[in-house]
Ligand binder design. Sequence first.
Ligand code: F6P
Length: 342
Amino acid sequence: MRVGILTGGGDCPGLNAVIRAVTRKGIIHYDYDILGIKNGWLGLIEGRIMPLDFEAISGILPRGGTILGTTRTNPFRVEDGVGKIFSQVEKFELDAVIAVGGEDTLGVAKKLHEKGLRCVGVPKTIDNDISGTEYTFGFDTAVSIVAEALDRLHTTAEAHHRVMVVEVMGRHAGWIAVEGGLAGGADIILIPEFPFDFDEICAQIQKRRERGKLFSIVVVAEGAKPQDESLILQSGETDAFGHVRLGGIGNFIAREIEMRTAIDTRVTVLGHIQRGGSPTAFDRILATRFGVAAIELVHDEKFGYMVGLKCGKIVPVSFEEALAEPKTVDAELYEIAKVFFG
Ligand code: F6P
């Protein structure tokens, strides 16, 4: 068997661990030829494909990013993109493709599988918003980075009696904000699932001041929005999957808080720092388990499925189930976070 692997969409800590696991498991247990496809779906359109062997994957487990490179290419938006993919699959004699990515990359995998590509998926995103899996790798690393940032910001917030607004990633879902905020002791957490009210935020900050807490930490997911208002955008530009570029909600909130409370307020946008660097041990292990399981899916010819984590076990999840809708933060978890508001 000749098995191709690609990484698509935003990079994420743990991608290299998946590539390493797929390569080792494929070669050692099944004597497969493993081929790395460069730069996501673009590499399959262009035929940028390289063999992966033990030498190629040596030392990559702790490395962030992806040795294969990535793009947000949507073959369905490229002229004859799909036709070119099928030609390259034939030319390179690929028996199967493993697509490692989030909703967009896996969405392409699903459509190509429906057209006959023998494809399996591995869910990746720091946002943790893919259905059918309790966790995606990269999320734990992002949460740890947010928690550490909050610990550091607490000291300055307290010393200067300030409000610190911290903008984190999370387009459709506030998992990073809620779990990072819980781990770092945030005083208010705002997420896309529950539009917020400025009166309530300011009341919580005032309540804290009344009991002698002169500082507050507000964590906001980039996709959060005020009640009755739309998303705050960095630009109206959309990518190949129709997503607008988010960013700016932190500054928007900080201005409003300062205006309404007259408390000195500062903003930190964590941005791509949350996606960079070495994966946590949890993410290395999850990514490794996913990679090994992806080869098993290929071996069992279970195409049209991704690997997922359910009740501690790695199980096959159909693309339909995974992509039906984003996995958002449930009210129960947000209620726990709210115990610590104000
Ligand atoms: O999907 C993961 C993610 O990190 C989102 O949270 C964020 O909106 C987006 O990627 C940012 O993407 P880019 O790297 O293109 O700025």
